[in-house]
Write a protein that binds this ligand. Structure first.
Ligand code: 13P
Ligand code: SF4
Length: 300
């Protein structure tokens, strides 16, 4: 039996589904039941009937799945797959900021821990951040943890005051406008497509800005045939498989999320066979964080 058949057999035995983020290694994307962005995967996990979810992504994503489906078993095949940006804010420091701005509404990016979500009023993802901030009735917003996404949202919703946290994604933050200029010199016909976790100077040079899902849709639907992709390498690998005759360039070859790449086929099999690593969260945290995530779901 090859590994694909073995995984299918284990999935049936365990009533399990495998979900994977677009930044996962290609061999993981190939065995997944669904591949998507943070928002899509959260929605899928909540709606699917399988009792076990094997989340091929990073910790905050598996936690979000557990918060939305507390009765299900959620497994993260590699427990050390964290998100450095999510770790840049914790509940205690957020509580301190809230004390300084008691009249502000807290919007937290989904790239945050369950404890931070429990301290926040409403969640957002890169697909819906602008719409969520627009929809919040308050004009004063604390936005955590990504200062780049927060600044982008502030530029799109100038009527609101956005209080930023100093977090960032090390993978997206390393890309500079200078590199984009060099890439455009090398590939003058290419359209620049960027994730809003990139620096403002990069977004200013982009032809299109969107979440991983929206980036993929844009490239698939576009009449253009060459693109410089300013997000993690997994999206480029996926697009190269999905498109024929289109040239897809990664904006900077260093844009690889080491945490996303910690997952392997062996670890997925281990997760299915031995029920590890199961996500356990405190009941009160689940309840408070579910309020934050569900308010987002209602608006998106
Ligand atoms: P998406 O919400 O676009 O999937 O992004 C998640 C992420 O971690 C980006 O670095
Ligand atoms: Fe976190 Fe950045 Fe990796 Fe996304 S790409 S999971 S934000 S470190």
């Amino acid at each position: 039996m090859d590994y694909k058949q073995r995984i299918e057999k284990l999935k049936k035995e365990k009533n399990a589904v495998i979900v994977a983020h677009s930044y996962q290694p290609m061999e993981i994307q190939e065995i997944a039941d669904v591949v998507g962005d943070s928002l899509e995967l959260s929605k899928y996990c909540a709606a699917d009937s399988a009792q076990t979810i094997v989340f091929c992504g990073v910790l905050f994503m598996a936690e979000s799945a557990k918060i939305l489906s507390p009765g299900k078993k959620v497994l993260l095949p590699e427990i050390d797959a964290g998100c450095p940006m999510a770790d840049m804010v914790n509940a205690k420091s957020l509580r301190e900021l809230k004390k300084k701005h008691p009249d502000a509404t807290v919007v937290c990016y989904i790239n945050s821990s369950a404890e931070v979500k429990a301290e926040s009023d409403i969640c957002c993802t890169s697909s819906n951040a602008v719409n969520i901030v627009k929809a919040v009735e308050n004009n004063r917003i604390i936005f955590v943890p990504d200062k780049n996404l927060g600044s982008y949202v502030a530029s799109m919703v100038p009527e609101k005051e956005i209080i930023l946290w100093e977090g960032f994604c090390p993978v997206h933050d390393l890309l500079t406008a200078e590199t984009i200029v060099k890439m455009k010199e090398a590939y003058p016909k290419a359209k620049v497509v960027a994730h809003p976790e990139c620096l403002g100077e990069v977004l200013a040079k982009a032809d299109y800005i969107g979440s991983t899902k929206k980036i993929i849709e844009y490239v698939l639907e576009s009449n253009d045939s060459e693109f410089i992709i300013a997000t993690e390498k997994g999206v480029v690998d996926r697009l190269q498989k999905m498109t024929v005759g289109k040239k897809i360039h990664l904006a900077d070859t260093r844009m690889v999320c080491r945490n996303m790449k910690k997952n392997t086929i062996d670890k997925v099999i281990n997760a299915l066979e031995n029920d590890i690593y199961e996500i356990h969260l405190d009941k009160d945290i689940i309840e408070a964080a579910a309020g934050c995530l569900n308010r987002m779901m209602e608006l998106s």
